[in-house]
Design a protein around this ligand. Structure first.
Ligand SMILES: [Zn+2]
Length: 283
């Protein structure tokens, strides 16, 4: 009897280790992309993490290990951006739109402050709410492509990536009249062959270097702190104007006026991503 229990414990332990490995390798948390971005130093050439438990395998793995986001950004610096030049400009960006619960309130706040921003559109949401996407466009904001179904691209095929981008592009073009040059991959995650395809086809991939973490349902004070503590010249700020079931973005909406006032007082100008990066909004 004791033997059986022991075996069970062993099996449970092994399953736990496997699960932990699976989550570490396959399922990075949504916030992880941003911490990677903030911690990756442009001057450092070797930030690739090695696996301490398998020193012998490191050398063999090196040549085949996929490039991480920091390495991709350096290798494809003309195509893959996370910040702008160091001038007193900031670009506010809002993901996961259009969402009737939150997008209109974000638009109201921006209109009141006279600020233009960049909105990353999820294709299936645009299909459901074409008028709201039209409104974002008509109010002078820039539209970017944020995939059709919000998958994690890093582990998807090039074909799936292409299909998600082109399907969304078609929907956006039918509503606002242009095919966006800007792509933001969901969770900021993308692999090398996808970046190569984007480069070849004239897209610019844009992540961020300031994460509000507003998707966690933080209150206005915390959202404001997250942005104002990290922002600097040429920053690209990630916020959301759309969310999943049960998500609460009231913190980000309430924080907007104060974030804008504070940064204006510090001498910053608010620009869209094409203005910040000196690129066109369309392909
Ligand atoms: Zn998203």
């Amino acid at each position: 009897m004791f033997g059986t229990v022991k075996k069970r414990w062993k099996a449970a332990g092994a399953a736990l280790i496997l699960k932990a490995l699976f989550f570490f390798v396959v399922c990075p948390a949504p916030g992880e992309a941003s911490s990677l971005m903030l911690s990756a130093k442009p001057s450092s050439t070797k930030i690739m993490k090695t696996d301490d438990t398998k020193p012998a395998a490191v050398t063999a793995e090196k040549s085949t290990k996929p490039l991480n986001l920091g390495e991709l950004r350096r290798k494809y610096s003309e195509t893959f951006k996370f910040r702008g030049p160091e001038v007193k400009q900031v670009a506010l960006t809002f993901d996961d739109v259009p969402d009737p619960r939150f997008t209109p309130q974000v638009l109201d706040a921006l209109r009141k402050e006279g600020v233009k921003a960049t909105f990353f559109v999820v294709g299936h949401r645009a299909k459901k709410n074409p008028n709201l996407l039209r409104k974002i466009h008509q109010e002078g904001h820039i539209i970017g492509n944020h995939s059709y179904s919000h998958p994690q691209f890093k582990n998807r095929s090039l074909k799936q990536f292409r299909t998600e981008i082109l399907r969304t592009e078609k929907i956006i073009a039918n509503i606002v009249g242009y095919r966006p040059k800007l792509i933001r991959p969901p969770y900021g995650e993308i692999n090398e062959e996808q970046v190569k395809w984007a480069k070849k086809n004239g897209y610019t991939i844009v992540n961020w270097n300031v994460d509000s973490l507003d998707w966690k349902g933080l209150d206005a004070e915390k959202v404001k702190q997250n942005v104002l503590q990290a922002v600097g010249p040429g920053s690209i700020v990630l916020q959301h104007a759309g969310g999943g079931t049960g998500s609460d973005l009231s913190g980000t909406i309430q924080a907007l006026p104060e974030i804008i006032h504070t940064l204006k007082a510090r001498g910053y100008h608010f620009v869209t991503l094409p203005e910040l990066l000196h690129i066109s909004k369309s392909k």
